[in-house]
Design a binder for this molecule. Structure first.
Ligand code: URA
Ligand code: SF4
Length: 226
C-alpha cells in the first residue's frame, strides 16, 4: 500500500531523525509538486502539540510550519490562552503543500482523505517521540486524521476528549502510547481537544468573535495543564 510507513526509520530515536527521513518521503503524490516536506517544529518536551491541516504557500517555501498569517494568529491565541509558547510543538496532518496552479498563483487545495491517510504515520511517529499531554486538533482535516470522518469540530470543539480508542477511530493511533520510548508504556495517553483552524478565524465574518472562540477553546487546554 502507498503511504509514509515505509519511509519511517525503524529506529528513529529523535524528532530530528524523523525530520531527516520525512524529507525523502514519497508516500503519496503530493511530494511531486511541492517544494519540500514541511515537518513539525517546536519543543521536543512539549506538553501540547498542535496539528494543523497542511503547509501553506509560505510554509512550503520556508520548510517550516505555521510561519504565515495563520501561524501568527495561532501564536497570539496561544499567548492569550496563557499556554506556554516555549513548550509547544506545531505540526500538520499532511506534510506537503497541496495546491492548484492558476496562472502563476498557487491556490491552496484541501488534502483528500488518501493524503491524510498516507501521511498519518508521520504524525503517529511524532506523537510517539513527543508523548504530549494534550493534542490540539485545528480544524476539520486534522480532526478527520485523528478522530475519524464523522467527527464534527463545530459540535465537539473545546472539550477534552480521550485518546481515540473506539472502532471508528484510526486504528494506528491506538499503538502510539505503547510503541514508543523503549517500550515504556507508563505515560498516560494524550487527551485531544478540537478547535477551529486559525485560517478559519481569518476568513470569518466576525473575526473578533471567532478569535475569542479559539482562545476560549485553548484556555480549556491551558487549565487542564495548570
Ligand atoms: N495552515 C496549516 O494548517 N498549517 C500550516 O503550517 C500553515 C497554515
Ligand atoms: Fe509523504 Fe505526507 Fe508528503 Fe505524502 S504528504 S509525500 S505521505 S510526507
Amino acid at each position: 500500500a502507498p503511504g509514509a510507513q515505509k519511509f519511517i526509520p525503524p529506529r528513529a530515536d529523535t524528532l530530528d531523525d524523523l525530520r531527516a527521513a520525512a524529507a525523502g518521503c514519497r508516500g503519496c503524490e503530493l511530494h511531486r509538486d511541492a517544494s519540500q516536506t514541511v515537518f513539525g517544529r517546536g519543543d521536543a518536551g512539549a506538553r501540547v502539540v498542535f496539528v494543523g491541516e497542511q503547509p501553506g504557500d509560505l510554509e512550503d517555501q520556508k520548510g517550516l510550519p505555521f510561519v504565515g498569517p495563520a501561524g501568527r494568529l495561532l501564536r497570539r491565541a496561544v499567548d492569550d490562552a496563557r499556554l506556554d509558547p516555549g513548550h509547544i510543538y506545531l505540526t500538520n496532518a499532511v506534510k506537503h503543500f497541496r495546491f492548484e496552479l492558476r496562472g502563476r498563483r498557487r491556490i491552496h487545495q484541501t488534502p483528500d482523505r488518501v493524503h491524510v491517510t498516507a501521511c498519518r504515520p508521520w504524525l503517529v511517529a511524532e506523537f510517539a517521540q513527543l508523548r504530549p499531554e494534550i493534542v490540539v486538533v485545528l480544524g476539520a482535516t486534522a480532526a478527520k486524521a485523528l478522530l475519524g470522518p464523522t467527527f464534527r469540530v463545530t459540535r465537539q470543539r473545546g472539550e477534552l476528549l480521550p485518546w481515540p480508542e473506539s472502532a471508528q477511530h484510526p486504528e494506528d493511533f491506538r499503538r502510539v502510547p505503547v510503541d514508543s520510548a523503549d517500550g515504556v508504556a507508563d505515560a498516560p495517553p494524550a487527551r485531544l481537544l478540537a478547535t477551529i483552524h486559525p485560517s478559519a478565524v481569518l476568513r470569518a465574518d466576525d473575526q473578533d468573535k471567532a478569535y475569542e472562540g479559539l482562545v476560549a477553546d485553548l484556555t480549556v487546554a491551558a487549565r487542564a495543564l495548570a
